[in-house]
Structures are given as structure tokens and as C-alpha cells.
Design a protein around this ligand. Structure first.
Ligand code: BGC
Length: 269
């Protein structure tokens, strides 16, 4: 199966590092023009480095600063991308943060920050993307769908996570956001799905893999016995963005080395 995303424009939010950077590289390798979104000036150098890797390999893209939790900035990002490239074909709703705390010590700021980026950010970007898909209509030279949205959720959309109530709540809500959009816009030939990663080796979870002790304890949760890599997620994002997955809509796809099979039950309940 050969997959080409040639002539398609993809916005990847939170793409200056981690899973977002990995997805940007994979989409660009498949021919998409990528918009590498990053939130603040401090991430610009990292975003530029992701773009350089892509252009050095012959791919196309730009970097774009926008805080996805801010409505005016999201609206402007979509306007600017459409002005520059003509349209947007694929949205990878990836930007996500953790602000972990014991529940009784969790501040409203920690709660709001996580819900703002992880959930409100995905709402705002999805809304602007769907408006653009509807405006453009189908262009069969590129895809049989008007557009594709991929929400980056987490295994924590179904696994409760002590001391991460804000994060788990945001991911559980993404499932319903995704399924509702899939239901509401399937008739318009817009596909909406989620990727639910388990433990992927990125800056968000350094504390879970940066010493042999913590890595071993993490691996005890992963039947496949390795930590995931951004490329694992990138491969799936390419497939879900392409017509090869045209009949997949409203699905949460777990990509976690078996974490959601609950390894601790492998020796009996
Ligand atoms: C979190 C990581 C965590 C993984 C598995 C992800 O959604 O961002 O920090 O390692 O879930 O628990």
C-alpha cells in the first residue's frame, strides 16, 4: 500500500517537540505541506529545527506561532494558512500539556491551563478546520474526503490517572468531542478520529523513562515491553490522514504496546 498526501496541507499543533514533531516529519515524508505550530517565542528554535529536518529531506512546510487556547490566535492561524497555501486539508489536534498535582492540591490555574490547551484548543482548531473544509468542498485530485481531523488523545481517555485529574478529564472529554464531530459531519465527508498514545518517549514524560529504575517500572505496564517512539504515532497519523483509511470515522485508536490490556491482570485477576 502506497500512501501519498501530496498537495495536502496539514496543520499540526504543538509540533515543536515530541509527538507533534514526529507526526510533522511523517506527514512531510508522505508529501504533505506541514504547518508546524508552536505556542510561544521560546519554542521557536525547536520548531525551526523540526522544519529544517523536514526541508533538508526535501519536504515542505512552515513554522507558525499560535497559542491554541486563544480564540483570536487560532482564527488568525487558519486565515493565514489559507491565505498562504489556499486551504487546509488535515488538522492534527496534538497540542497538549500536563500540570500534575494531587487532587486536593490542584489549583484552579493548573486545571484551567490543562483544559485550555488540551480541550478548548482542540475545540477551537477543529471548528476553524471544519469551516474551511466546508468552504472548499471535495477536491478529488487530493482526497475523497473534504477533510480529516485527528485528535491526539491518550490511553487516559479510558484509564483513570491518580494525581492527573485535569489531564485525564481533558482526554476523556476529547473522546466525546471527536465522536460528536464525526457524527455531525460524516454526511459532509469529513472524517474525525482520535489517536490514543500510551507511553511515548517525549519531553512530556521524561520523568517516566530517564533512569533505568523508572523505565523498568514503566515497562511493567507495557506488555510489548518497549516505550513508544514519535515515529510509531507518525505512521498511524499518515494512515489516518489518507484515503487508505477512508472507512474509519469516529474511532479512538489505541497505540500503546498493549498498555490498555491491563498487564497487571496477566497473572490472573
Ligand atoms: C501522558 C504520558 C504518559 C502516558 C502513559 C500520556 O498521555 O502524556 O505522560 O506516560 O500517557 O501513561
Amino acid at each position: 500500500m502506497e500512501i501519498s498526501l501530496k498537495n495536502q496541507v496539514a496543520i499540526i499543533t504543538g509540533a515543536s517537540s515530541g509527538i507533534g514533531a514526529g507526526i510533522s516529519k511523517s506527514l512531510a515524508e508522505s508529501g504533505a505541506t506541514v504547518v508546524i505550530n508552536y505556542p510561544f517565542e521560546v519554542s521557536k528554535i525547536a520548531a525551526d529545527a523540526v522544519l529544517k529536518t523536514i526541508t533538508d529531506a526535501g519536504g515542505k512546510g512552515i513554522t507558525y506561532m499560535c497559542d491554541v487556547s486563544k480564540e483570536d490566535q487560532v482564527v488568525k492561524m487558519f486565515q493565514d494558512v489559507v491565505a498562504q497555501f489556499g486551504t487546509v486539508d488535515i488538522l492534527i489536534n496534538n497540542a497538549g500539556i500536563q500540570k500534575d498535582a494531587k487532587f486536593t492540591e490542584m489549583t484552579l490555574d493548573q486545571w484551567n491551563a490543562v483544559i485550555g490547551v488540551n480541550l478548548t484548543g482542540q475545540f477551537l482548531c477543529a471548528r476553524e478546520a471544519i469551516k474551511e473544509f466546508l468552504r472548499r468542498g471535495i477536491d478529488e485530485t487530493k482526497s475523497v474526503a473534504k477533510g480529516k481531523i485527528i485528535h491526539i488523545s491518550s490511553v487516559h481517555e479510558i484509564i483513570p490517572w491518580a494525581q492527573h485529574a485535569n489531564y485525564a478529564a481533558s482526554k476523556g472529554a476529547i473522546r466525546m468531542l471527536m465522536q460528536t464531530l464525526a457524527q455531525e459531519y460524516a454526511g459532509e465527508k469529513i472524517r474525525v478520529n482520535s489517536i490514543c498514545p500510551g507511553a511515548i518517549q517525549t519531553p512530556i514524560n521524561t520523568a517516566a523513562w530517564d533512569t533505568p529504575e523508572v523505565l523498568n517500572s514503566l515497562l511493567s505496564l507495557i506488555p510489548y515491553n518497549r516505550i513508544g517512539q514519535p515515529k510509531d504515532i507518525g505512521n498511524l497519523a499518515v494512515f489516518l490522514s489518507s484515503d487508505a483509511s477512508d472507512y474509519i470515522n469516529g474511532a479512538s485508536i489505541f497505540i500503546d504496546g498493549g498498555m490498555t490490556t491491563f498487564e497487571s491482570f496477566s497473572t490472573g485477576g
